[in-house]
Design a protein around this ligand. Structure first.
Ligand SMILES: *Cc1c(COP(=O)(O)O)cnc(C)c1O
Length: 376
């Protein structure tokens, strides 16, 4: 069976975790600081704050942006549900915008129509690694005095106009879940160029404790911490960070391998007229966290039949990106909301296997079987 995804973890990561455990300092210590510094350097942002996953990163991004009860935040429904949930966590309302049917990225024209006097922020998602048009959203947010927050859960190492995702705006949230391009088991990071945000994020992720463990540990004088507001425990452990440092050393190679596989898929599938392949516009560079295929209505078989036939042939696939407004958790909140473009894109697309290292035989098998099923 060819899996849909597989994390690239080796003896390096195992040794880094092992060595960190034996130092005795296993959370919020030197490895976390090192991972933050290296991640900030990698993305080209001033600061990075490590947290336990991207959902908590998004939650803290909402808090430091001042989003609260009664506010509205515009985001795509077509995304992992955590995108919408983080807005709910602070008592605000996610207002769901449509996506562009070709890139699946949030549709700026629809966003502009949804802005009201209650709108406080726009939360964009770089869909399965493909960057959204950050400049256009930056301009829109400036025009209406809104905050821009980026859900870059899938987009570590992707770039937009020559710069890595993480360097462009004030709050960019990443995930290191095993389904993403690099992993720490679970884990997250927020990058920011704003020093005030940076300081508050560091406080909030650790119970809003005024003096960090690192500072207390190295102080030659007795010092006591104060908890200056209601904070959270959203810490990343040093064991995770040690793994992350090793993953970061390999990320350029992982992404170049992922892109090579994606290019093989492009080359093989571009003659199949009944499907649409991912579109990477000039100035956009995806890490291909996932490779999605859209089945047009001329397709000879249904999405679900295709998935079943792939499975029968030993190939895993997944449904396309979900829509939040059709999940049970949002049934009452969204009542009769219809988002035809997002629903169609979600229902007619599949994700196919893409991981590193993927054997050439495995790539060839995926190509051959998909061609066989769709070209007749
Ligand atoms: C994976 C994902 C998240 C959640 O990340 P966790 O690290 O699992 O909390 C949020 N948004 C998007 C778009 C994702 O793909």
């Amino acid at each position: 069976m060819i899996p849909i995804a597989k994390p690239y973890l080796t003896e390096d990561e195992a040794k880094a975790a092992h060595d960190t455990i034996l130092t005795g300092w296993v959370t919020q210590g030197p490895r976390v600081q090192e991972f933050e510094e290296k991640f900030a350097q990698f993305t080209g942002s001033k600061y990075a704050v490590a947290v336990c996953n991207c959902t908590t990163a998004l939650h803290l991004a909402m808090i430091v942006s001042g989003i609260k009860d009664g506010d509205e935040v515009i985001c795509p429904s077509m995304s992992y549900i955590a995108t919408a949930n983080c807005i709910m966590y602070v008592g605000a309302k996610p207002v769901f915008a449509e996506v562009n049917p070709e890139t699946y990225n949030i549709d700026i024209n629809h966003v502009e129509k949804l802005i009201t006097s209650k709108t406080k922020a726009v939360l964009i998602v770089h869909q399965i690694g493909m960057p959204a048009d950050i400049d256009a959203f930056t301009e829109l947010c400036k025009k209406y005095n809104l905050k821009l927050i980026e859900d870059a859960a899938c987009a570590a190492g992707s770039s937009y106009k020559e710069n890595k995702i993480g360097s462009h705006s004030e709050l960019v949230c990443f995930s290191f879940h095993p389904r993403k391009v690099i992993t720490t088991g679970d884990g997250g990071m927020i990058t920011t160029n704003n020093e005030k945000y940076y300081n508050r994020l560091k406080l909030l992720r650790q119970h809003a404790m005024s003096i960090s463990d690192r500072v207390r540990h190295s102080s030659s004088k007795i010092i006591f911490e104060d908890h200056i507001e209601i904070g959270y425990n959203y810490r990343m452990t040093d064991i995770q960070a040690a793994v992350g440092i090793k993953q970061l050393e390999k990320i350029d190679w992982i992404i170049s391998e992922r892109r090579k596989i994606a290019m093989q898929y492009h080359a093989a599938f571009k003659t199949i007229k009944c499907i649409r392949l991912p579109i990477e516009q000039d100035g956009y560079c995806s890490n291909y966290q996932s490779y999605s295929i859209y089945l047009k209505d001329t397709c000879p078989i249904s999405r679900n039949d295709l998935m079943q036939l792939l499975l029968d042939n030993g190939i895993s696939s997944r449904r396309g990106i979900m829509t939040s407004h059709r999940e049970t958790a949002y049934a009452a909140y969204c009542k009769d909301l219809k988002l035809p473009v997002s629903e169609d894109a979600s229902d007619r697309s599949i994700l196919i296997p893409l991981f590193v290292p993927m054997l050439q035989e495995e790539i060839d098998k995926v190509i051959t079987v998909i061609k066989k099923l769709l070209l007749f």
